[in-house]
Design a protein around this ligand. Sequence first.
Ligand SMILES: NC(=O)c1ccc[n+]([C@@H]2O[C@H](COP(=O)([O-])OP(=O)(O)OC[C@H]3O[C@@H](n4cnc5c(N)ncnc54)[C@H](OP(=O)(O)O)[C@@H]3O)[C@@H](O)[C@H]2O)c1
Length: 287
Amino acid sequence: MFKQRHIVITGGSSGLGLALAGRLLDKGARVTLVARQRARLESAQCSLIAARPSAVVEIEALDVTDAAATRSGMDAIAARTEGIDGLINCAGILREGYFETLTDNDFREVMEVNYFGPLNATRAALPHLVASNNNGTSTGAPTAWLINIASVAGLTGVFGYTPYCASKHALVGLTESLYYELSPRGIRVQLACPGEFDSPMVDQLEQGRTPENRAQTLSIPKASVDAIGDDIMAGLAQGDFLIVPTRKARLATLGMRLLPSLSRRLMRRTVERVYQGPDDGLQRQIG
Ligand SMILES: NC(=O)c1ccc[n+]([C@@H]2O[C@H](COP(=O)([O-])OP(=O)(O)OC[C@H]3O[C@@H](n4cnc5c(N)ncnc54)[C@H](OP(=O)(O)O)[C@@H]3O)[C@@H](O)[C@H]2O)c1
């Protein structure tokens, strides 16, 4: 379904964005990777092409929190590659710590990248996605996609993730509403909510996360980025709106939805078993 399609991936230079880029290329897509640091983009581009010499991989260095730069960057990408058929909003950052030790700036930064970033990129790509759909086939298959990467932390609260959960819940709400607005225009809107997986973001988190966060988050076992990438690709092919990668995360989120009080009580007990609290005055800043 992605053959010859051109997909833009924000956060495509690392972690899940890079894993999805490889999988889309294997399905015959062309990709453009977007992130801030050009050197990391170039290295990602080289690694993708080294494994697939005929792959078409473009890069664009931009900061998705800058609405004007994102608009002109997306127009430049579309002009260079004859349109945009899909956008994957995967760029994200994490700040973990006790609520009292996180700063207003932590909350603003996380919201800027994880919520306003996808918002800016979606606004900028939308005219191109609409044009892609208008140029598409009449077989009923979608020819344009918007795929937002939120998190299990967008479906529930998590100790230590007050800024991150707020930003991912906002992204989930945005995506739920865009589903109704963009589906009638032939744009397939999908939302992926992974649990924790191995990535540079988590490597940094491990350098100083609260024990309560570790206990709660890892009640869903950490997955590999490959397992998450495979499950997201399967969900995209099936056309599911909500994709929760890995069976264990699907069971856990089902429990949260069907038995919210029990699920909350169990999580609270998990946190209380290791509780230390903010008294050590440490501020943990990751990302
Ligand atoms: N890892 C997990 O356990 C986990 C779990 C659930 C959900 N997620 C979500 O999955 C997504 C990918 O996470 P990951 O772990 O793969 O992260 P990662 O390896 O840290 O990659 C983050 C990517 O986002 C880019 N980025 C960050 N800020 C940006 C900005 N302002 N503008 C443009 N690009 C920006 C980074 O490149 P530059 O720094 O060069 O800009 C990098 O390419 C995120 O949205 C994350 O919240 C992750």
